[in-house]
Design a protein around this ligand. Structure first.
Ligand code: GRF
Length: 221
């Protein structure tokens, strides 16, 4: 089956983008990263993508001022010109209008650095530490008009350690992100994901049972 054509939308360093590019460098992976698009002209991820031979485009949102629809029309034109089938948001720091999101319904993923629906929005690691949660993580989800909502495709949990700083916790979470985003995109590209009653149903994954305990100095009998 032909590999699906993916655009990764970034605003920054693009480490999740790099993880997707790495996964897609395997010819057996069901998707190819056909385009990396940034709204920030000097986003670090653009040079990373270029160095790996991936096509890049910039649509600078500042040139559109308050004209969000105009910005998105240009983004859409670039996606169409590149025959993009699925979109992965990876640290893309623009809110998207519901018209754009609805157009890509079921075909656009996002990664968020928390176990949704906890800690939507920014500064997730600071807030997780402030709440004293003992397990934190990352979520890949379908994009819906409401921010950091939408059917959950995959989650990865990491322990919060007693001496964690926002930086050390972020370091543990980002490694988890790099593992689940390629997995989620694989399922999407293989047609294994369906949205049923607002939830993601996955015919590609097998269930695992078990308990994750944090802190772990607890004897489970
Ligand atoms: C990640 O933590 C992602 O979850 C969030 O933005 C960050 C982007 O990091 N949406 P990177 O650019 O992929 O390194």
């Amino acid at each position: 089956m032909a590999r699906k054509r993916i655009a990764v939308l970034i605003s920054g360093r693009g480490s999740n983008m790099a993880a997707l590019i790495e996964a897609a460098s395997d010819p057996a992976y069901p998707a190819e990263i056909a385009l990396v698009l940034s709204n920030i002209p000097d986003a670090g991820g653009l040079s990373v993508a270029n160095s790996k031979g991936i096509k890049t485009e910039t649509v600078d949102h500042k040139k559109f001022g308050k004209d969000r629809a105009g910005f998105e029309k240009t983004v859409q034109d670039v996606l169409d010109a590149n025959k993009i089938q699925f979109v992965c948001l990876a640290g893309f720091m623009r809110l998207l209008t519901s018209a754009f999101v609805t157009h890509w319904h079921g075909r656009m993923l996002n990664i968020h650095p928390a176990l949704l629906p906890s800690f939507k929005g920014l500064d997730t690691h600071e807030r997780a530490l402030a709440e004293g949660v003992k397990i934190h993580g990352a979520t890949v989800h379908f994009v819906v008009p409401e921010m950091d909502s939408g059917p959950i495709v995959a989650q990865a949990a990491v322990p919060v350690l007693s001496n964690d700083t926002p930086q050390s916790l972020a370091g543990r979470v980002i490694q988890a992100e790099h593992r689940i985003y390629p997995l989620a995109l694989r399922w999407l590209a293989e047609g294994k994901l369906k949205i049923v009653d607002g939830r993601c149903v996955n015919s590609g994954a097998s269930d695992i049972d078990g308990v994750l305990v944090s802190p772990t100095n607890l004897r489970l009998s």
